[in-house]
Design a protein around this ligand. Sequence first.
Ligand SMILES: [Zn+2]
Length: 102
Amino acid sequence: MSHQGNEPEHLSGKDPLCLEIFARLSEYLDGELAAEDCAGIEAHIADCAPCVEFVKQLRASIEASHRFKVPAEPAPVDAALRGKLSQAWSEALARKKAAGQG
Ligand SMILES: [Zn+2]
């Protein structure tokens, strides 16, 4: 007799909560869930090896994607650099004027 086992073992009805955890985990890691929802997820994860692995992988990929995000606000260095550039520009302009009249 052969088994027909194509489904992942941890998702085959063993613990339906896993599916819910998987569905909400990115919200959980982003801090978008209420404290009680977080507590429920943490309680399940503490006792479920597949979910622990999934959390680890998801957290790693979220951290990786955050690393490549462009900051929403311009960095302070930007303003300083712009000031320097405009100063250099006006100095160059003054020099050009002086040279043209000489
Ligand atoms: Zn689970």
